[in-house]
Design a protein around this ligand. Sequence first.
Ligand code: FAD
Ligand code: UQ1
Length: 417
Amino acid sequence: SSRYKLVVVGGGTGGCAVASKFASLGKECVVVEPSDLHYYQPLWTLVGAGLKGFRLSVQPMREVLPKTCDWIKEKAVTFNPKENYIVLESGAKIEYQYLVVAMGIQLDYDKVRGALDALENDPVVASIYHPKWVHKTFPALQEFKGGNAVFTFPNTPIKCAGAPQKIMYLSDEIFRMLDVRDKTSVIYNTALGVIFGVKKYADALLKVVDKRDIKVNYKHNLVEVNHKTRTATFENLDDNSKQVYFQYDFLHLTPPMSSPDVLKKSPLANEGGWVDLHKHTLQHVKFPNVFGLGDCTSLPTSKTAAAAASQCGILHKNLSAVMSGKPTVPLYDGYTSCPLVTSSKHCILAEFDYEGQPLETLPFNQAREMRLMYNMKAHLLPALYWNGMLRGRWNGPSFVRKLLHLGLGRKPNLPSS
Ligand code: FAD
Ligand code: UQ1
């Protein structure tokens, strides 16, 4: 077995950013990551609508992980935090002094009967959440001749909770450009009871769906896809799970998601399967030498890269403190952000904290559809991600907010340390 000072499990958004922060540890730090490729997933919404090329969302893992550190190209399968080691798929045992868990969230397409079959075999079924199925989206939209275009939102936590409706707004725009919108029903079937979790932005989005003549059905949870008859079956969560059927001519699937299976069954998980962290410090509640960030954690905020960016700076501070025998500081207020793209030119930039209170970077109302925010999403953020965040140089926009609000903004709601 080998032994490291710091083991980072997962080399995605959060894991790569944290490893870069600790790059000065050199070979005392290792990233355990099975994938050859690193994805900038936020681009997939624009890839699905034909606005960006998929290649811009991919880099070889070797190019993004810090060169000074080790990389073990394997999957972690067992966690033994009482004895400070993990086990890899090959059976190799890796011991650590400190552990960071950043394994992301698992896509559970197999939990919807017929979904994988439809994705494999029906050209009109697509999903921007998967590097394989995102490719089907734009061709299917271009071929669309009218009928029912159905977009789903599952009955589980998901990453980027805005994406299932962003791709719908961009599809609606394409249908209008193709001149088929007047023979089309655009239908958003969501398992939730609201269009968005924060009222300020939900109110703005309800105006958008109204203006664009989009039908929203709440408490509709997708349970089955039959691609032979092009029928999607939903259970109505309000009405004793009574089943309702929708014929589709285009279907966008957002799969159910859950914590990675190997984490669910580990001692690091809470009852929900997520890495159980103190929500303001990112330190594990039971194992003080374990930290976590990103989509696989119990942090009760919306799962986004923007949230992981803010978490990464705070994790670095608190883990460094623990490494030098100092106390952790409660710093994370739950900041998360969702650029709600409403057309190929407009975007509502939602930013909020654990309380669901807006925490906007710009000193004016961001619940409006703005060109500035679309340009930021499409042109600025990808560069900020590849050149800033992944190199450990971007901790989210809180310093910009404080600067622009001249200290007059709302103070974050944090316990005193
Ligand atoms: P990931 O980046 O997913 O990385 C997890 C890594 O862990 C992967 O590399 C994986 O291979 C690895 N891994 C998994 N299992 C194991 C194992 N057993 N052992 C070792 N490694 C393992 N966020 C925004 O902020 N703004 C947006 O506009 C936005 N839009 C999005 C649109 C779409 C379509 C999607 C899919 C996501 C979007 N997101 C957005 C969300 C964002 O991509 C995620 O929140 C972010 O990538 C989370 O980072 P992470 O490190 O937790 O997980
Ligand atoms: C952000 O920091 C980030 O991570 C790099 C995203 O993921 C792509 C985002 O979508 C957003 C909105 C932010 C926040 C950044 C600013 C400048 C408001």
